[in-house]
Design a protein around this ligand. Sequence first.
Ligand SMILES: Nc1ncnc2c1ncn2[C@@H]1O[C@H](COP(=O)(O)OP(=O)(O)OP(=O)(O)O)[C@@H](O)[C@H]1O
Ligand SMILES: [Mg+2]
Length: 339
Amino acid sequence: MDKKRFRTHSIFFRLIMVMLVMAMVVIFLFVVVYFLASQEIPRISMSAHYFLIGFLFFLLIFALYSTYHVLKKYIAPLKGLTRAALEVSEGKFDVKVPVEGNDELGELSHTFNTMALEIREMMNAREKMLRDVSHELKTPLTRLKLAIEMLEDKSAKDSMAEDVQELEDLVNEILEAEKLRKGIITGEFKNADVISTIRKVVKTFDKSTPRVLLNNMPVLFELNFEEKAVQKALKNLIQNAIKFSGPDSSPVEVSAKQKADRFVVQIKDDGIGIPEEELSMVFKTFYQVEKSRTKAPGKTGGYGLGLSLVQKVMEAHNGEVKLENNVDGGVVASLSFPV
Ligand SMILES: Nc1ncnc2c1ncn2[C@@H]1O[C@H](COP(=O)(O)OP(=O)(O)OP(=O)(O)O)[C@@H](O)[C@H]1O
Ligand SMILES: [Mg+2]
């Protein structure tokens, strides 16, 4: 970073100037009040009297006006920086704040932009490595599957096949997420009835605990969407709702309705919920609130990929996914599509 570009006018210097002006005004005010209150008053003319008061008033307005401008000048970029920092905390690393002026704030904005760029490059490198490793793993995994098929020991064969399947699912999820990240949806967008797609997905969970129920659903609703991708998104959200519920939790409820120019599908659970401060973080690739929360018997830990995938599916549909904590416990996940 070019450090020499900055520091020619420091904020410190400008604030000192403002404070000096204010101090002068206050001293002047004291002198005038003292002067007016003293015995000298009858001796000065009325016009000098008015002049003094007018001048004092002018000084006061000038001091207030310059303080307001100096503060406004520094608060505006700080607001911009706070907004940008918030976006970075939500995983949007392509933010850039305007670098205005050559003081400390200009330097801070410049450093912030450099930091966001470096994080973006780091993330890209991480995703590239993940994608390359996943590609490389595909062939040996297929070979391993074939080799396992040849084994004679049935129990060893089953458990090895299960492990390899888990690895293959992970590799496929990473590759799928990568395609979606680039906006590539392999299937075709079609105008079709989305309700039958929702019903199809819910039906695949008919043996789950807690149960998954359809609730408040129009009979038919035509939408332009890619069926496979939306099925995947719904499946991920319902799996989460089940995974983070207890065996005694109320059933997971799936509902859908049109709200103005949006079609909204909601998945409501009665599970452990998500700490408020982590609600926006869970969409990041590999982010999990606390790994130990998913180690309940019979429940798979997962990889923290599901929600990032859902978010990408929704972006490809110009829609959005939102998670909220329910007032009486659990999470409400909403998928909102433009109609
Ligand atoms: N309905 C929910 N209730 C409570 N916590 C949730 C819920 N949905 C998501 N979370 C939290 O968000 C994290 C990220 O979810 P995500 O679906 O991306 O990953 P995962 O379910 O852990 O793994 P994967 O989906 O890759 O199998 C979860 O680990 C969990 O901590
Ligand atoms: Mg998940």
